[in-house]
Design a protein around this ligand. Structure first.
Ligand code: PEP
Ligand code: MG
Length: 543
């Protein structure tokens, strides 16, 4: 038995075979082909395979997100059948004896440029779609595995060099039992998502995982941060006992299902859940959360090739609002940038992305992207109990600018005769020291605060939340952050507005009492932590 240590970022014990997530970059260089007919057949069978994959993706998206979201794959199916696209590929094979993958690559860039030059926004956004289908075609032609997921079996424990936030739900869909990464930190979005999805995860194992370990049985202890390669019988038995104890704890917590979260002194605390992807809706509904305290909408923009349309977003928000059946849904507007970005967003490379172009800065610089989202939320507002909050605020001017854009959106909708809730509460995320210091002024502008302790800790302590080298110092309960929370709560309550915490700190069972003593009104936690945090609230002696 070999024991390797890392940083446990998502609790739970996983047992299974260790497999490697390896991204294979296919060779698509230009080659001269003698047998043109065979090459054309190769192309057609790859096209057939891609078409089938798109059909599967359509069905999956339809089940998980609904008709609108799934429509994208129908568009992709139509594009792959497009005569001009196909003719271009076949011509290159026939006239120039090019290998099919190279012909697809050349055609892809030709069509990409052509779409990009079009005036119409809808046609422009098709450029990324051409790229996406071409990638899939190349994948089928050369047997590459751009996601590195092909050989991953359900129930396995997967090792990857590093894991991006967008990949976590793919691992979940694949049914992996646990995740291991050589780098990473506790407060990165990938780790947060692993916790939300309940995948036991250890990061920062460095080069501890050797080639010869793959295919071996391992135990991953996400709480202790230890990986046991080929565990001996005694270790195996002790983990079976631990798993039983964890199951018993969960059974005990079921007592708190359906109970109101009220402290002994009679203060009602809202225990909400955080949502990243709409696919987490069923988990949130079964978690018994009293609402959604943070919907990280940027995940609607990740893992795809173009910005989601207003209609797509509207359908998603509407579906969530209706399913939550009157319970509060706090939608956080687009917080892209830093570790959450995609190629199509065309963000420049930055020296310090966490201090750069992200969150509200991107939205105020691109009012059309921002207003598209606001229109979708307002249109959905008649189907649910929505609130909207804004990330990365550093000044009162920003919130005033936002409120003007909100007014524009409301006017546009009224002019078109579209119904919406006039009184959607607006809130600010307090996650920068600037917002904390200005919280007295900001409290005059909005109806609620939600403290983003992940970023508030990062910016207060000047510690990169992504950097595993300073991970042991990254502590949201450090005195400086706690004092900020105290100031924010006082300033909010002086203006009679409520304060929630939606950073990871809210899910920390050891600190609930302290947060309640500071006067916090709402805790938004990972769905798996709802009952444990409610238990803490009910047993709390806070005033
Ligand atoms: C936070 O910063 O605490 C927060 C909730 O936002 P995110 O983790 O998405 O940056
Ligand atoms: Mg944040």
């Amino acid at each position: 038995m070999i024991i390797i240590n890392g940083l446990g970022v998502s609790e739970g014990i996983a047992m299974g075979k260790l497999s490697l997530r390896e991204i294979i970059r296919p060779d698509i260089s230009k080659k001269y082909i003698d047998d043109i007919d065979a090459e054309i057949n190769r192309y057609f069978s790859a096209r057939e395979q891609t078409y089938k994959k798109l059909d599967e993706m359509y069905e999956n998206a339809l089940k998980q997100c609904g008709e609108r979201e799934a429509e994208l794959f129908q568009v992709h199916k139509m594009m792959i059948e497009d005569d001009d696209y196909q003719e271009s590929i076949l011509n290159l094979i026939k006239a120039e004896h090019q290998n099919a993958e190279h012909a697809v690559k050349v055609t892809s860039s030709k069509f990409f440029d052509m779409f990009l030059q079009m005036d119409d926004d809808y046609m422009k956004s098709r450029a990324e779609d051409v790229r996406a289908i071409s990638r899939m075609l190349v994948d089928s032609l050369v047997g590459g595995d751009l996601d590195g997921m092909k050989d991953i079996k359900p129930g396995s424990i997967v090792f990857a060099n590093d894991i991006s936030p967008g990949e976590i739900s793919k691992f979940k869909q694949r049914g992996v039992a646990g995740l291991l990464a050589s780098s990473g930190s506790k407060n990165s979005h990938a780790s947060i998502l692993a916790r939300v999805m309940g995948i036991p995860t250890i990061v920062g194992v460095g080069d501890g995982i050797k080639q010869e370990f793959f295919g071996k049985n391992v135990i991953l202890d996400g709480s202790g941060g230890e990986i046991y390669i080929e565990p001996d019988e005694e270790t195996h038995k002790s983990f079976i006992i631990k798993i039983e104890a964890l199951n018993n704890q969960n059974i005990e917590l079921e007592k708190y299902r359906g109970k109101e979260s009220i402290t002994k002194s009679g203060k009602k605390i809202d225990v909400y859940a955080n949502m990243n992807n709409p696919s987490e809706l069923s988990e949130i509904l079964t978690s018994d959360a009293e609402g959604i305290g943070l919907f990280r909408t940027e995940f609607l923009y990740l893992g795809r090739d173009s910005y989601p349309s207003e209609e797509e977003q509207f359908q998603i928000y509407k579906n969530i609002g209706m399913n939550m059946n009157g319970k509060k849904v706090i939608v956080r507007t687009l917080d892209i940038g830093s570790d959450k970005q995609e190629k199509y967003m065309n963000f420049p490379k930055e020296e310090n992305p966490a201090l750069g172009y992200r969150g509200i800065r991107v939205c105020l610089n691109n009012p059309e992207i921002f207003k598209t989202q606001l229109r979708a939320i307002y249109r959905a507002s008649q189907y649910g109990n929505f609130s909207i909050m804004f990330p990365m605020i550093i000044s009162v001017d920003e919130i005033r600018e936002i409120k003007n854009l909100v007014l524009d959106v409301k006017e546009e909708l009224s002019e078109k005769g579209i119904k919406f809730n006039e009184n959607v509460p607006l809130g600010v995320m307090i996650e920068t020291p600037a917002a904390a210091i200005l919280s007295d002024d900001l409290a005059e502008e909005v109806q609620f605060f939600s403290i983003g302790t992940n970023d508030l800790t990062q910016y207060t302590l000047a510690l990169d939340r992504q950097n595993s080298m300073v991970g042991d110092k990254f502590n949201s309960s450090s005195e400086a952050v706690l004092r900020f929370i105290e100031i924010i709560v006082k300033n909010a309550h002086a203006k009679n507005i409520p304060v929630g915490i939606c950073g990871e700190m809210a899910s920390d069972k050891t600190i609930t009492e302290q947060l309640l003593n500071l006067g916090v009104d709402e805790l938004s936690v990972s769905p798996k932590s709802v009952l444990a945090i409610r238990k803490n609230v009910i047993l709390s002696n806070a005033k």
